[in-house]
Write a protein that binds this ligand. Structure first.
Ligand code: HSE
Length: 291
């Protein structure tokens, strides 16, 4: 059995903790067969455990504690701690692993709810499971683990990822966020998010990108971790890209661009940091796949 889970980009600016897209970078796992103990063969570095303490196995065992240990091969092109949903991809793979090996018969809704409970918010895990563009909300206190979500087609257009060569931990990037927000600011911020989502549904990428750049919820507080964001925003304006936003908690920035401007935008991006990975990505429409 092989499982493939896409990378994801959460928030899309004003859709903080709620909106996300699935992208064409992938975590692959291959179950090679039963083993004396859990063993993960990977080349993802020493920080990624190769035994039962790997997040994927911990997740699988939390759902099915009596699973027979397996030897598993893991590969990933999702960079770690860059705001592209690497830990969500591992959690989602662990849920599917338990689902298949223990015949849990989980529905997509079950998977989204379990993954959201583990991750704390649905904006990465929901598109990793469903694919494409997902808008979701989760109120853990009010409705137990109920997650409401809607998947919709993300409009065609080029997507460029600017992936800095340094990690930024989500916990660190969340610590700088305010504990409260005035009613007036919240009304303005949610209005911007509403128009962003409506524009995406209408297929109006220029308007959606304009709203993405008007985020009030999180990007301004995270500026100090991501000084390149302001530079990239300027490049978008100068080179005719639609706009950009911080991918999840950062430090990656995603740029939305009309096809004819993409080459120029990428050239300018290379000039601001030649150690960054700059890649053109596409939307993954399917979400998790099992082969
Ligand atoms: N919505 C989350 C954040 C995504 O921005 O902190 C990262 O997990």
């Amino acid at each position: 059995m092989k499982i493939r889970v896409p990378a994801t980009s959460a928030n899309l600016g004003p859709g903080f903790d709620s909106c996300g897209i699935a992208l064409s970078l992938y975590l692959f796992i291959e179950v090679l067969g039963p083993n004396e103990k859990w063993e993960i063969i990977h080349d993802l570095g020493n920080d990624v455990p190769s035994d039962a303490s790997n997040l994927m196995i911990e997740t699988a065992l939390s759902l099915a504690p009596n699973l027979t240990p397996q030897k598993i091969k893991m590969n990933s092109s999702v960079p770690l701690a860059r705001g592209l949903g690497s830990s969500s991809s591992v959690i989602v793979a662990g849920i599917e692993l338990a689902n298949r090996l223990a015949h849990l018969n989980l529905s997509q809704q079950d998977k989204v709810e379990i993954a959201t409970r583990i991750e704390g918010h649905p904006d990465n895990v929901a598109p990793a499971i469903c694919g494409d563009f997902v808008v979701a909300c989760y109120f853990p206190e009010k409705h137990k683990d109920d997650v409401s979500y809607v998947k919709h087609y993300f409009p065609e257009g080029d997507i460029i990822a600017f992936i800095p060569n340094k990690e930024l931990l989500t916990v660190e990037s969340r610590e700088v966020l305010p504990k409260s927000f005035s009613y007036r600011d919240a009304v303005e911020a949610s209005g911007i998010a509403n128009v962003m989502i409506a524009a995406l549904i209408k297929g109006n990428l220029p308007l959606a990108a304009k709203m993405m750049q008007e985020d009030r919820w999180h990007e301004r507080y995270r500026q100090k971790f991501v000084p390149h964001l302001a530079l990239i925003r300027q490049i978008c304006q100068d080179e005719g890209a639609y706009g950009c936003f911080l991918s999840g908690a950062g430090p990656t920035v995603l740029i939305l661009s009309p096809e004819e401007q993409t080459e120029k935008v990428m050239q300018s991006l290379r000039r601001i940091d030649d150690t960054a990975r700059i890649e053109q990505l596409s939307i993954d429409r399917e979400g998790i796949q099992v082969f």
